[in-house]
Design a protein around this ligand. Structure first.
Ligand code: FAD
Length: 312
């Protein structure tokens, strides 16, 4: 059995594994796809101390760093359920894989991340990272002086519009419903900015490009059913970040109504011996550098738990 089993191999999980392994305890990582969201990221310019890198490159150096240590990496394995130590016959947490295997561990760090909800319209996949973006903190500066759209008029959409308005030439917010769902204070701020336009009752229908980059977006005006087109260079999709916690619905781990794992100051969940880190949790602001810090914290939290808890 493991002392620490990390579920998820993104920046949070890799960081947790390194911190655990450095304590000389038996450490494993199970990941569906090592590298996580970084594998879908082109340019990264806000990973402090590295001026510019690419996601897959950063993921490769993370993997190399993890492999410096005696960590059992189980890649391309999906976890389907977890039973906490208090409810097993042998005092270990049981972690079930979709392959049918079962792993045992004294403590578990869940870092299964999240995924951006997509528009599912033609052109979105083709122009992902070529004008279609999901993270204004990450990619906003790439559209300096250009025209952009934000899809979604909830808090994250309006925050993104206000953020982008300071960098880009112009922002059009497209909201499907007839009203914005963001807090009034954010709406007031957005409405006060001269380079933000807000269009409601707008259903995005297509991302348009020239084969290499985004050149515009088409949407249906739901009042008139008319198809309209806006010329622009960037589209920020802000219709929700979904935590990868579907597999925890049957477990004892407490999730918020949005499906995020609730964590305490040590990365602890409500269940003894189960910790969590990164985008899958309630931590505010989902970023690589934050996920790594959170992974380190949860790992130290797990170690602290292990030295205070007798082995089964
Ligand atoms: P993730 O990276 O989501 O990793 C989750 C891990 O868990 C993966 O290994 C996954 O395969 C695994 N997993 C999920 N479910 C299971 C399961 N059931 N069983 C086993 N394994 C599972 N942040 C920045 O700081 N700078 C940027 O420039 C930047 N650009 C971005 C661009 C894009 C397109 C995207 C999508 C995100 C970007 N981000 C950026 C955000 C950043 O990638 C995330 O905040 C970060 O990756 C979160 O790390 P994590 O380890 O918590 O989760």
């Amino acid at each position: 059995p493991f002392d620490v089993l990390v579920v998820g191999g993104g920046p949070a999980g890799a960081s947790a594994a390194i911190y655990a392994a450095r304590k000389g305890i038996r450490t494993g990582v199970v990941a569906e796809r090592f590298g996580g969201q970084m594998m879908d990221t082109m340019s990264i310019e806000n990973f402090i101390s590295v001026k510019e890198t690419q996601g897959p490159r950063l993921a490769a150096s993370l993997e190399e760093h993890v492999k410096q240590y005696n960590v059992d990496i189980m890649n391309e394995q999906r976890v389907s359920n977890i039973v906490e130590a208090a409810n097993t016959d042998d005092g270990y947490a049981h972690i079930y894989l979709e392959s049918g295997a079962m792993l045992k561990s004294r403590s578990v760090i869940i870092s299964t991340g999240a995924r951006w909800r997509e528009m599912n319209v033609p052109g979105e996949q083709e122009y992902r990272n070529k004008g279609v973006a999901y993270c204004p903190h990450c990619d906003g500066p790439l559209f300096k002086g250009k025209r952009t759209a934000v899809i979604g008029g909830g808090n994250s959409g309006i925050e993104a519009a206000i953020d982008l308005a300071g960098i880009v030439e112009h922002v059009t917010v497209l909201e499907f419903a007839d009203t914005l769902r963001a807090d009034q204070v954010l709406i007031n701020k957005a409405e006060s900015l001269p380079n933000i336009d807000i269009i409601t009752m707008a259903q995005t229908t297509e991302v348009v490009g020239d084969g290499t980059r985004v050149t515009g977006i088409s949407y249906k005006d739901r009042n008139t059913d008319e198809i309209k087109h806006i010329e622009l260079a960037g589209i920020f999709v802000q219709i929700g970040l979904v935590p990868n916690t579907e597999w925890l619905k049957e477990s004892a781990v407490t999730l918020t109504p949005r499906g995020e794992i609730e964590i305490g100051a040590h990365g602890n969940t409500n269940v003894n011996g189960i910790f969590a880190a990164g985008d899958v949790t309630t931590v505010p602001f989902k970023q690589i550098i934050i996920a790594m810090g959170e992974g380190a914290k949860a790992s130290l939290g797990a170690f602290d738990y292990l030295i205070r808890t007798p082995a089964p």
